[in-house]
Unconditional design. Sequence first.
Lengths: 233, 178
Amino acid sequence: MTQLQARGLVKSYGPTPALHGITLDVAEGEIVAVTGPSGCGKSTLLHCLAGILRPDAGEVVWRDQRIDTWPEAARSRLRRTEFGVLFQFGQLVAELTAAENVALPLLLAGTGRRAARTAALTWLDRFGVAELADVRPGEMSGGQQQRCATARALVTEPRVLFADEPTGALDTLTGEQVLTQLVRLAREQRTTVVLITHEPRIAAYADREIVLRDGVIDHTGLGLDASLAGGAR
Amino acid sequence: MSTPHVLLGLLAGGTKHGYELKRAHDERLPQARPLAYGQVYATLGRLVRDGLVMPAGQERLAGPDRTAYALTEEGRTALDRWLSAVEPPMPHVNSTLFAKVTVALLVADVDRARAYLIAQRRAHTDRLRELTALKTATSSTMDDVVAADYAIAHLDADLRWLHTTLDRVADWHREVHP
């Protein structure tokens, strides 16, 4: 079932075009990698799909509802409840502990303090950093911070996770551990993932790869299952 | 890969007969081409001839007699020497991928070279996905993971080269056919 759609998305920054009419469908539970060289528009596409940016033209459709025309407050609510967003640098709140950071999206969505902390501890444990629950980001390594940020992005059990170069700042092994766990949990929970990366070996974790070039889709790579079955998408 | 040295390494922990060596090879190097029995015995024959390995008795389980082999002192020295020698890092660029694109540009046009690069990129991407699935499977052993890591790193490098060459191929063609 199609969960998220872009239809003819166009976006420019002043005179600089970023997206030139992107159309794509993402199925529920699918892990899609969006790749391409620097400046090809992949982050802009993610921001439009997640409702952070409004496209100049075209539509973003979420479960049959057009969301790009929604007011900011409604899109913001959608990001708190249905979407999770994860960036290259975790962007944890420096003053809060790991558990408080992870509990934050739940508290904003109205969950009680005790239940939010319990869920936060569960998610920190899933990413192997339960012992850091009461530690602040400044006292953590980059890998530990990104594990906490990933736990925070998934704690609300979003239907879609938007991840922009989530392992880009990590060394190969740490990045791989974070990504492997992220993909494993997403598959278990049937969370849809839109993963931005410029690295082929990261894109290989996805079911499908969409390659952008100069704001348009250059080509689409098949997922492993589809390619083995000789299917076309 | 140096099969004789790998066999010396597999014998370093104790005597083994040919069948055990073949099994140990395929288990420790899971993504390598499986070793043929003929190759095991031919290699053992040469290692015995060169004094690096010696027969260490017959063993009869269910079936014919099997000769067990042991590492000699000379064999251990040869193994140590091999393990200490640094491999020359790519002394020649003789990749088939590279040669094929070069020849495509010589005998055909830029579209032919581009078509090959795109088809190869697809094949590389598919293999990268297969290996990624293999290494992230919960049943993977560390042998599987490390072998997949090695192949993934090389495929990743090839893919970067394929991407970059697709961007350069038109300029390259103009240089080849001024």
